[in-house]
Ligand binder design. Structure first.
Ligand SMILES: [Zn+2]
Length: 421
């Protein structure tokens, strides 16, 4: 079915236009241009949907439950948080992971995310033996995404050592066989794409990294890996390999334009140079990194080197793309003592750079998937805002509460009910 939506405003990273129609057919944007005939979206603006590029959906179940000190661990930090997360991961089964993931994805849709990259590492039974279908839990996550209606990039994650038995595969070949099987299973699922991931340089040895890096390149798959999140991880990498995590990734053929390094919180200048040289992108997860006390990524240096940036809600302490973007600039201001820090060349505001990072695109363009968000222009946070300032108000002065409609693949998958729910 072909239809044309005419909102009050169509947003892109640089501003807002009125009297513009967005024509959708077969799940894609067909045309964007002046229009008078179509479905009016009154008091609404239309914007691209946000990409949530790093998620562990099951961790949403920790929300609120980990915000107090355990008497046995008076100095709470990332590593004590991780024990609580492991306790949660021990109890998951194919039904419960589907349920918690569906809730998480529904919340994402309500907040304006239209696609999610799921970094999935709970693979096997609690004792480490495979389920009858070794991809049972990964498929549960994919089905949860389909239940909710969100677009999914599913990344089965290689885990060789540490963690829980159920995270680990016996060999890299066994792992890649599972990835192959999952790719075949997902072939006819339009919202599901499969990539590949290695958990981190602490969980995956050098030989595995090489095999996985070669596999991703050969098969043209997205490859994601956590790196430089914690100081201890860097110390351990230096003592095992004599190099820092991103240097090890370069040595093991794991970097390239298809690779995303998640966090890069403590990446040094040389590591950032390597990321830039290989066209590798960085995914920042500021609300989680703040909640876990990780630190803050070197955003100004990332921008300065032209490294592509995306955001993720990671542990889901908060699911709000506007807040993730705001945190990046606000932290850069706190660190530098300046304002308007993350301003790209030939621009005067951080807003377009941040929105491009959040959307993974510049605006609503013909040929793109019809993954769209409706913004409520009558929301109190947006009252009296001039159209040209609307993109900046989204980043700096509002939150996910302004989202009143989300569609994925041209299909409406979120609209609040009449009571405002
Ligand atoms: Zn993560």
């Amino acid at each position: 079915m072909r239809r044309t939506l005419i909102p009050d405003l169509v947003l892109d990273a640089n501003g807002a236009r009125d009297d513009i129609g967005v024509t959708i057919e077969a799940g894609r944007i067909q045309e964007v241009g002046p229009a008078t005939e179509g479905e009016r979206l009154r008091a609404k603006a239309l914007a691209p949907g946000f990409l949530n590029n790093h998620s562990h959906a099951f961790q949403r179940a920790l929300r609120g439950a980990v915000e107090r000190i355990e008497p046995s661990h008076p100095n709470d930090d990332f590593w004590t948080w991780r024990e609580r997360m492991y306790a949660l991961a021990r109890g998951l089964d194919p039904d419960s992971i589907r349920e918690v993931s569906r809730r998480c994805y529904e919340e994402m849709l309500s907040a304006g995310y239209t696609s999610v990259t799921e970094f999935h590492y709970v693979h096997h039974r609690p004792d480490g033996t495979p389920y009858q279908d070794p991809n049972a839990l990964a498929k549960s996550v994919a089905l949860a995404a389909e239940d909710a209606g969100i677009r999914l990039l599913l990344l089965p994650v290689a885990y060789a050592r540490g963690g829980l038995p159920r995270f680990r595969d016996p060999s890299v070949l066994a792992f890649l066989q599972r990835v192959d099987d999952l790719r075949k299973w997902s072939e006819w699922r339009p919202l599901v794409e499969v990539g590949v991931a290695a958990h981190s340089v602490r969980a995956v040895p050098q030989g595995w990294l090489e095999e996985i890096g070669d596999y991703a390149r050969r098969e043209g798959l997205s490859l994601h890996i956590h790196a430089d999140e914690q100081g201890r991880e860097i110390e351990e990498c230096l003592s095992e390999h004599g190099v820092r995590p991103v240097e090890l990734l370069a040595q093991t053929r794991s970097l390239g334009p298809h690779t995303t390094v998640v966090h890069a919180t403590h990446a040094d200048g040389q590591e950032l140079d390597l990321l830039a040289e290989h066209g590798t992108s960085v995914c920042a997860c500021p609300t989680t990194e703040g909640n876990l006390g990780d630190g803050f990524l070197p955003a100004a240096e990332i921008l300065g080197r032209g490294i592509r940036l995306s955001v993720g809600s990671d542990s889901h302490v908060r699911i709000d793309p506007f807040e993730e973007l705001r945190e990046i600039e606000t932290n850069a201001r706190r660190l530098s003592g300046r304002r308007n820090v993350l301003v790209a060349e030939d621009e005067t505001s951080p807003t377009p750079y941040l929105l491009r990072a959040g959307w993974g695109r510049v605006g609503i363009e013909p040929g793109d998937p019809a993954d769209l968000v409706e913004i409520d222009l009558s929301h109190p946070a947006l009252a009296d805002v001039a159209a040209e300032n609307l993109p900046s108000v989204l980043v700096f002065g509002s939150g996910s509460g302004v989202v009143v409609g989300t569609s994925v693949d041209g299909r409406n998958v979120y609209a609040p009910d009449e009571t405002g729910g």
